[in-house]
Design a protein around this ligand. Structure first.
Ligand code: NI
Length: 162
């Protein structure tokens, strides 16, 4: 199935257009391609905020000498079960570790997990990147997760009503 291209007029201040054209030139391609990419990025960002199936990476730098931090991080990840897809750990130097945690689940859940981890004492730097991604087979895992939980979270309830 082909997605038909639709033409429409865009009005823009000349100064904004000038700067936009500089951006188009720097990245290569056409105005239309640049606008489409911006639209897709803005739409994806909005979906992620609302709470959709997503994948994400959480990057952390932490001091493993801080009491109980390594244990807390491991425990949190075990609690998350299927949400954690992979972890990369690098011992940076005597006290610092870098960890990249690849997660999959609802975007709002991934953000709250990241906030909990980033708030731990001893975590020096960290950031999360989340992308909307609905892989069909993931619904099966979601189903089992519901059974284990006493009650669906408020975010889940909201999403169902929407
Ligand atoms: Ni380490």
């Amino acid at each position: 199935m082909t997605d038909q291209l639709v033409r429409f007029g865009v009005a823009m201040e000349s100064s904004l257009l000038e700067e936009f054209d500089q951006l188009v030139e720097a990245r290569g391609g056409t105005r239309s391609e640049a606008l489409r990419d911006l639209a897709r990025a803005a739409i994806a960002k909005r979906k992620v905020r609302r709470g959709v199936e997503a994948v994400g990476t959480l990057t952390l730098i932490y001091d493993h000498h801080v009491r109980d931090l390594s244990e807390k991080l491991t425990e949190l990840q075990h609690d998350l079960g299927e949400k954690i897809r992979s972890t990369l750990h690098i011992h940076l130097d005597h006290e610092h570790c870098l960890e990249i945690i690849v997660m999959q689940g609802r975007s709002d859940d991934l953000h709250s997990v990241a906030e909990r981890i980033l708030a731990l004492k001893g975590v020096l730097h960290g950031a999360i990147e989340v992308y909307a991604h609905d892989s069909g087979h993931h619904h099966h895992a979601e189903h089992h997760e519901h059974k284990k939980q006493a009650a669906p979270s408020k975010a889940r309830k909201r999403a169902k009503q929407a």
